[in-house]
Design a protein around this ligand. Structure first.
Ligand code: PSU
Ligand code: MN
Length: 297
């Protein structure tokens, strides 16, 4: 609150990645490392989560630890869950969609995560399209990520964002990354070279009163990226298993992430941590660039 009131740069961080995206204790280590990385880059981190029915924007060390320890015993809160879980006093990790909603209400314009949700493979049958995409279409929060998660149908995710009018910009890349690897085979709409240029796009969205999000695609660090062919095989296997065991709805993404981690002997988790911190640094730089401009004008 102090940072927001005084116009200092604030970066939102999500918490489903803590409860459902990574295993204990790496989830806590990564969540802590992210807050440190944001501070080092000059922004105040605000991890967003629901604790005992309270939507918190910025967690105490105690809350963060409790949430990480709860892991999948905590619930997963996306847009549709928000009123229900608040009313019933739940503890939950907030997805990209729910985190965007809460960040916006708190006056936070920039948010960093690992990868966004999107259109799942087989969506022509299941209609499984993450609420993250619709949130990007209607909530003015820029989301720094390493692209859509590789477990998704990236081509359809791309089309959906285009239909919904959500710009996808690449940070120093023409190619949309695929989370664990740097090349999804699809292009971004526009390559930008600096946090300042990205902040200029965000300001233009506000000037035009578009009330829309922005996908800032940041490739995974070179030394952390996984081989695209290996990931393709592993993900195919994980998706087949999910279908065969009837996993559906909100359980799909956590199931796939965990299976991919097992099938890569933990290597995908290493990549996930590295890219998450990389996105946090860029998100903080963008928040700093935005705050600096607001100060000048
Ligand atoms: N990125 C990660 N790990 C995660 C997620 C994203 O590196 O666990 C979470 C995000 O919170 C995202 C959610 O919003 O997965 C998408 O879930 P679904 O496909 O059910 O909407
Ligand atoms: Mn889904």
């Amino acid at each position: 609150r102090g940072a927001l009131d005084s116009g200092r740069p604030v970066l939102a961080l999500e918490s489903t990645i803590i409860t459902h995206g990574m295993p204990w204790p790496r989830n806590l280590e990564t969540a802590r490392a992210a807050t440190t990385a944001a501070r080092e880059a000059g922004a105040v981190p605000a991890t967003i989560a629901m604790i005992d029915g309270v939507a918190k924007i910025g967690l105490s060390p105690r809350d963060l630890e409790r949430l990480a320890q709860a892991g999948t015993d905590a619930l997963k809160c996306s847009r549709r869950d928000l009123p229900v879980l608040l009313a019933t006093g739940a503890t939950a990790g907030t997805t990209v969609a729910a985190t965007m909603m809460l960040a916006h209400r708190a006056g936070i314009r920039v948010f960093a995560t690992g990868g966004i949700g999107g259109v799942h493979r087989g969506a022509d049958r299941t209609l499984d399209v993450s609420a993250d995409l619709l949130e990007l279409a209607r909530t003015p929060v820029a989301v720094v990520c390493a692209g859509p998660k590789a477990i998704l149908d990236i081509g359809l995710t791309r089309e959906y964002l285009e239909t919904q009018g959500v710009p996808v910009v690449g940070y120093r890349t023409d190619i949309l990354p695929a989370f664990y690897s740097s090349d999804s085979g699809y292009q971004v709409d526009q390559r930008l070279e600096s946090a300042t240029e990205i902040a200029a796009v965000i300001r233009m969205q506000d000037q035009l009163e578009l009330m829309q999000g922005l996908v800032v695609a940041n490739p995974p660090p070179v030394d952390a990226a996984m081989d695209a062919d290996l990931m393709k095989r592993v993900i195919l296997k994980a998706v087949e298993e999910a279908t065969a065991s009837g996993v559906s709805g909100k359980a799909v993404t956590p199931y796939l992430l965990q299976r991919v981690e097992q099938l890569t002997g933990g290597a995908s988790l290493q990549a996930n941590i590295a890219l998450m911190l990389n996105n946090t640094r860029l998100g903080a730089e963008i928040a700093v660039a935005l705050a600096r401009h607001n100060e000048d004008s």
